[in-house]
Design a protein around this ligand. Structure first.
Ligand code: PLP
Length: 421
């Protein structure tokens, strides 16, 4: 019965401080979002008490009758939302979902082919320090050096050279739409399976504002917490033929007991992602990213060596290219942080600076769209970012910060919530 304020004042104070931080600044980290209160409630529920190893109807523990219904709802909502034949909603995270996909589609030592980390791929797509690069023979493809686009012809060339059993599509830092049908053809041509990791753009797919990889890929993995706006976690979609092998790859292959409170929260998020309100939010997300890309294409920025990778965006993020700028990615990230805007530095393809400093910024709009931002506010945010990047080390940090504070105040976050809700 003791609340957290009494039981653990130290942690309670930190939760409050974090809520205040989230309310006070502008969150533009492309992989982040704000979950609705309903998701917080499911995730903070008594379902955390329960072991439910196994799957609905086939548990290794008693007392799972309600949890079976929770997981069934999560699975069927995921299938309906994305038009998939099969869903596994148990992965604890995106990385765990991906570990299970490897286990289901490949044997240790097999060759896999994914987008290079420094060209926008994810750690789990075969980097050396990740399990994926240690247990598999990980080969990479790059973006096209002229267009900076993912180019099925380059993927094909690399696949013909390396003979992968799995081709990995999807990305963490890339501003355009991939051609899943063309990648399917590449996979078929070399006898590989096609796996798409849609973690970043899953919300756009759910809203019908981005092509779906589901009809083309053998397996699709995702996180629930980026554009999709659900709890921090993962899930997997596939053709039903892969269901059995994926189920056993997740449990007992990679995990023990599922996080049923998180699965309940995923079920809520899948339900909400099917609504018109969600689609409207995703379309504001896209509009915001286009507004920011347009502004950062301005001549005043070009004169300072700042440009937009690929000249624009089709998704929820903009990749800023600082290779010709005196500001590094690290300096630009720090500058915007001082202004109250959270973004992350990122390598850009063919980056001359070391990864720890890098020459790119990744700017996402999903969290601000969730907060209620529309075109008018995104224009103002774009202007603040543009002014900061043009002025660089001479930026009027206080003046810009005051504008950020005003925008944040106009769009209250988690009203009525204190601490954890
Ligand atoms: N896949 C992609 C494409 C991602 O961008 C991420 C997140 O950074 C992940 C997987 C990993 O997700 P998680 O952080 O939940 O392990």
């Amino acid at each position: 019965t003791m609340g957290i304020g009494q039981a653990d004042p130290q942690i309670a104070a930190l939760l409050e401080a974090e809520l205040k931080r989230q309310r006070g600044g502008l969150e533009m980290i492309a992989s982040e979002n704000f979950v609705p209160k309903a998701v917080l409630q499911a995730q903070g529920s008594v379902l955390t008490n329960k072991y439910a190893e196994g799957y609905p109807g086939r548990r290794y523990y008693g007392g799972c009758e309600f949890l079976d219904q929770v997981e069934e709802l999560a699975r069927s909502r995921a299938c309906e939302l994305f038009g998939a034949e099969y869903a596994n909603v148990q992965p604890h995270s995106g990385a765990q979902a991906n570990a299970a996909v490897y286990q289901a589609l490949a044997k240790p030592g097999d060759t896999v082919l994914g987008l290079a980390l420094d060209h926008g791929g994810h750690l789990t797509h075969g980097t050396r320090m990740n399990f994926s690069g240690r247990f598999y023979k990980a080969e990479t493809y790059t973006v096209n050096p002229d267009t900076y686009l993912i180019d099925p012809q380059i993927v094909l060339e690399r696949a013909l050279q390396t003979h992968p059993s799995v081709i990995i599509a999807g990305w963490s830092a890339y501003p355009r739409i991939e051609d899943f049908q063309a990648l399917r053809q590449v996979a078929d041509q070399v006898g590989a399976k096609l796996w798409v990791d849609m973690a970043h753009f899953a919300g756009l797919v759910a809203a019908g504002l981005h092509p779906s990889p589901v009809p083309w890929a053998d397996v699709v993995s995702s996180t629930a917490h980026k554009t999709l706006g659900g709890p921090r976690s993962g899930f997997i979609l596939a053709r039903s033929a892969y269901g059995k092998v994926l189920d056993s790859a997740v449990f007992p292959g990679q995990q023990g007991g599922p996080l049923m409170h998180v699965i309940a929260a995923k079920a809520v998020a899948f339900k909400l992602a099917g609504t018109r309100a969600f689609r409207e939010r995703m379309s504001r997300t896209l509009e915001g990213a286009r507004i920011i890309a347009d502004r950062l294409n301005g001549r005043d920025l070009a004169e300072r060596g700042v440009s937009v990778l690929t000249g624009g965006t089709d998704v929820h993020l903009v990749m800023v290219d600082l290779r010709a700028s005196e500001l590094s990615g690290k300096e630009a990230e720090d500058l915007l942080a001082r202004v109250g805007i959270a973004v992350n530095r990122n390598t850009v393809p063919f980056d001359p600076r070391p990864a720890s400093v890098s020459s790119g910024l990744r700017i996402g709009t999903a969290a601000l769209a969730t907060r209620g931002f529309g075109p008018v506010q995104f224009e103002r945010v774009a202007e603040i970012i543009a002014q900061a990047l043009v002025a660089g080390r001479d930026a009027d940090v206080e003046g810009l910060k005051a504008q950020v504070d005003a925008l944040a105040q106009d769009f209250p976050l988690y009203e009525g919530l204190d601490q954890v809700g």
